[in-house]
Design a protein around this ligand. Sequence first.
Ligand code: AMP
Ligand code: MG
Length: 390
Amino acid sequence: MISVQDALAHLFALCTPLDRETVPLRAASGRVLAETAMARLVQPPFDASAMDGYAVRDADTTAGAGFEVIGESAAGHGFSGTVSQGTAVRIFTGAPLPAGADRVIIQEDVSRDGDRITLTCTPSDNRNIRPAGNDFSPTDGLTAPRRLSPQDVALLAAMNHAEVSVGRRPVVAIISTGDELVLPGETPGPSQIIASNAFGLAAMVEQAGGIARMLPIAPDDMTLLRATFEMAMEADVIVSIGGASVGDHDLVGKVVEELGMERAFYKVAMRPGKPLMAGRLGDTVMLGLPGNPVSAMITARLFMLPVLDALQGLPPQAAPRQNAVLLQPVTENGPREHYMRAILTAEGVQPFARQDSSLLSILSNANALLVRPPHDPAREAGETVDVIRL
Ligand code: AMP
Ligand code: MG
């Protein structure tokens, strides 16, 4: 058995980032930026007004001063003349500041009578101008690698990028194994259950920028299981569910060995999820997850997601942890790292009383995993512990 950390290191060693592709900006959200994108223009492109008001010379702005309004500068329609002593240009937010002006007085600070305005107070220190390049200029950019958020997409658009270079989406083949499994919507027979894991994993893959290919359920039969794996070999990642421990019907290990898998590890010292297998089948990363639904989802969170990130070009990184205050005592932990389903609030973290690895209802209500290191002693309420957000 190896530690979670060592298992991750082995997995990352199997991952070579996939090639890049160029996508239109509309398809870029959630993808990993592969090449740093420099700004293609200056933003704002000109000194712009930050307020609705009047563009004037700052030197003229003593309380009670009068100005003649000589024109207008609106967004998209600048004023071509020049502001000189005692003149003002009506200006709106985002409009170019006319030549000669170096201050915008807000409309609330003037009274207007026809083409004349009078400054009714001493204006504030704020000149209400957004200088050219205030946001960015061509020496600024969005640095790769980085998973693009909607905010990033807005910035890329403002920088005048219509398309960007991103890591290719990993194709993940998901194989459910077991004679007992039927698809949601079917009527399970007397000893059958629903193949739930594949659906949770497919959703997780898609959220992480991958493309999920759900293969037909493979029965516990060497020939059929082998045929299913052969169908999956073109994927970038194969994720199998179940059949990975040492029972008579646990055939995944045998099949992938026959297919020539170089095994990286077989058992990881963690709870839930001990029977966890990984290796390389040709160019494909193979991850054999345990069948218990909670084990499958948690091992996918801890191992599959970092693999998908690495394949898309992000630096190899374990699931990020944060500190939280423990809200109730927990007993001593055994030799395996324990990932307890828990609820994290502003007050702290509260593990669920029931931690069985078959309980999807508990996992669905959890929003965090409380991490207990191997042999962690009993902990009291109020102590600081590590958590991973779900
Ligand atoms: P196994 O590792 O194949 O022995 O599976 C462990 C447990 O997980 C058994 O109770 C299986 O019925 C269950 N299981 C296996 N695969 C799935 C799946 N795709 N969806 C839901 N439960 C599963
Ligand atoms: Mg099974």
